[in-house]
Structures are given as structure tokens and as C-alpha cells.
Design a protein around this ligand. Structure first.
Ligand code: BDR
Ligand code: CA
Length: 310
């Protein structure tokens, strides 16, 4: 699989799951501006992969802004570095040469088997890939993205951050005709990093387990300040978990559209759960999560990586 991301606390956990589960082969990582500016999300991806001992995986910097309009970062949630909390200072490797979209294209065309494309930030890179390189379409097994919601939003009353940041890109992906799975806030808000969960990462007694605990502790403070939620939802690793073990999420195949022009709702995902529009279904939308199975997957991967990189 290929991961496109904007680390980001929960993106970091998702990368660790992608690297740490032996059933997956992570071919490469492209980064996008979202939670923070592109230079920061790229540096953060490189930092996390280095911590995981996965320096051989190419990381390339993708889009530094949405298809239309200005970038608004989520410093209120992820801090000024995009990954505030743990001390991750130290030398950082250089990203791969060439743009992120080019890395995706190259990896897809070189793969003997169709590849899962997992998008954990604004969908800018994925939209550009599909628009500028239509020859990759048969090489994509599925696009799994974290974004949107069947319910309310977290950035506007009805808009989730990744979709609100680049609604046009999400629209391209959802209208691509490719198999698409949407992991929205309606399920990610079931995966809450409670103090008991955070303690289990700390109790691993590895550098990686401690970094995860510190990431989630910072995230908890941000969610408490911003949303009054004591236990923060860890969104992005659920998209990776859904690829490793599809039984972790329950989905329905329904029509989904992105609101591009609403006065108050630009960037909302309009999910036709009751099939009232008569439109053809275009996405598998997650509506349920096996919470314990999800945490077990993530903890097993982090424990495994932590012990290997002690
Ligand atoms: C999404 O927005 C980002 O802040 C997180 O990394 C996640 O991808 C949740 O709305
Ligand atoms: Ca993200």
C-alpha cells in the first residue's frame, strides 16, 4: 500500500501501524499540507519512520496547498510543529527526489499487483494523481480515506477537517469511479485514547510506546481545550486497520457527495444512508467499528516495532 498523509498525531500512529503490521507492505509515503504546512508534515513523516526503523521507505513531499484557495492548518489540534508533545528533535533524513504525486505514480506503475491507496489528510495529492495520471487507475485496488462523516463535522458544524481543507479534491476522488472506502468521524470518534489506553502504550516500556503515549497525551489536551472532550479520537489509524483486517469496520455501500457550494456547509460529506436520492452508490462508508480489535492491532504493531528498535 501507499500512504498519503499530513502528520499529525493520528497520522503518526497510522504510519506506525502501516509499518508495524507484517501483513502489509508499505511501498511509499507521500505528504500533503493539512494539519501543518508541507515542510512540517514531510519532516514529521520522516521522523516517525526513522523512529520505527523504517528509513528505507521513500517519503516524497506532495501538494503544499489545496486545489483551490488558501491552506488553513490545524495548529490548534496538532501544535506548531504538527507533532507537538514528544521530543522528536534530531537529524532528519531528506525526502525522496521529485513530487509526492510522481512517487505515487511510479510506485503504482511498478507494482505487479493492484495497490491500496490510503489517504489520511486532505485529498489534494490523490485528486492530482487521478486527474494528471489516469493510467494509474487500474493499478489502484481501492482508495481508503479518513475524512468526512455521516453526522456532524469537527472544523465546521457539518465539515470534517480533511474534506473542508480541500473539498474539490474530495469531490474528484468520490466521483472517480474507483472503489472508495470512507472512514469518517462517525466511526473514528469511537476509538478514544482514554487514560487506560494511553497507559497501555506507556507500559510497553519502549521508546516508541512512550512516544505514542506522549502524542496521545498532547492530543488529549488539544481535544479538551477545543471540543471539551477528555479522551481524543484517533482517526487515521482506523483507515490502515480497515485495510489490514476489513472486519474491523462495518460498511454500507451508498451514495456520497461533497458539498462544494453550501452557504454554511462547504466541505460536508452528504451521505445518502437511506438511498433517498436515487443516485448510484459510489463509496463503502464505515458505520461501525470493532473498537477492541482496532486497539489490539495498533498496540501489537507498536509493541513489535518498539521491541525491534529498543
Ligand atoms: C482528520 O484531520 C486531521 O486533523 C487528522 O489528522 C485526521 O486526518 C480528522 O478530522
Ligand atoms: Ca491526518
Amino acid at each position: 500500500m501507499i500512504v498519503d498523509c499530513d502528520p499529525g498525531h493520528d497520522d503518526a500512529l497510522a504510519l506506525l501501524l502501516a509499518v508495524g503490521d507484517p501483513r502489509l507492505r508499505l511501498l511509499g509515503v507521500s505528504t500533503v499540507a493539512g494539519n501543518q504546512t508541507l515542510d512540517k508534515t514531510t519532516r514529521n513523516a520522516l521522523r516517525i519512520l526513522a523512529l520505527a526503523g523504517a528509513t528505507g521507505i521513500p517519503v516524497a513531499a506532495g501538494s503544499d496547498r489545496p486545489l483551490i484557495g488558501e491552506l488553513t492548518v490545524a495548529a490548534d489540534i496538532h501544535g506548531s510543529s504538527g507533532l507537538d508533545g514528544p521530543d522528536l528533535d534530531g537529524p532528519v533524513a531528506e525526502p525522496a527526489d521529485g513530487p509526492g504525486v510522481e512517487l505515487m505514480r511510479r510506485l503504482l506503475m511498478a507494482s505487479a499487483e493492484p495497490v491500496e491507496l490510503i489517504a489520511l489528510g486532505p485529498l489534494t495529492n490523490v485528486a492530482l494523481l487521478l486527474r494528471d495520471h489516469p493510467e494509474v487507475a487500474p493499478r489502484i485496488r481501492r482508495i481508503v480515506f479518513m475524512g468526512g462523516s455521516t453526522e456532524r463535522g469537527n472544523t465546521t458544524p457539518y465539515g470534517e477537517f480533511n474534506i473542508v481543507t480541500d473539498p474539490e479534491a474530495a469531490d474528484v476522488v468520490l466521483r472517480s469511479g474507483l472503489p472508495v472506502t470512507m472512514i469518517g468521524l462517525n466511526v473514528t470518534h469511537q476509538a478514544l485514547a482514554t487514560p487506560a489506553i494511553i497507559d497501555r502504550f506507556r507500559a510497553m516500556d519502549t521508546r516508541l510506546g512512550t512516544v505514542c503515549a506522549e502524542l496521545m497525551t498532547f492530543f488529549a489536551g488539544a481535544y479538551l481545550r477545543t471540543f471539551g472532550l477528555a479522551d481524543p479520537p484517533v482517526h487515521d489509524p482506523i483507515a490502515v486497520a480497515a485495510v489490514i483486517d476489513p472486519s474491523v469496520v462495518h460498511t454500507v455501500h451508498v451514495p456520497v457527495a461533497v458539498e462544494l457550494t453550501g452557504t454554511h456547509t462547504r466541505g460536508a460529506t452528504v451521505v445518502d444512508l437511506h438511498r433517498r436520492t436515487g443516485r448510484p452508490p459510489n463509496a463503502d462508508v464505515a458505520v461501525g467499528l470493532e473498537v477492541d480489535a482496532f486497539w489490539n492491532l495498533l498496540m501489537t504493531a507498536v509493541r513489535r516495532l518498539g521491541e525491534a528498535t529498543r
